[in-house]
Write a new protein. Structure first.
Length: 71
């Protein structure tokens, strides 16, 4: 399973998303939007207003709540 978390350095929900995936032993890739302009532009193009942005198998599922619902 391919999971990506797009987040920011100071983001409590990003940390919660990472902890949830760690607890479920699901590997993920974390992309810091403050360091990756492409990731920031991707978020803007999606119309996202907050982080984290969670992608499962390349599909945007939403943020922390949607990740919790997904799993």
């Amino acid at each position: 399973m391919n999971v990506e978390i797009y987040g920011r350095t100071i983001c409590p929900n990003c940390l919660k998303a990472k902890k949830l995936l760690d607890a479920l032993e699901i590997p993920y890739t974390y992309i810091n939007m403050e360091e990756d302009e492409g990731a920031y532009n991707k978020a803007i193009s999606l119309g996202a207003k907050e982080v984290p942005l969670i992608f499962v198998e390349g599909k945007w599922v939403g943020g922390l709540k949607e990740l919790q619902d997904y799993f």
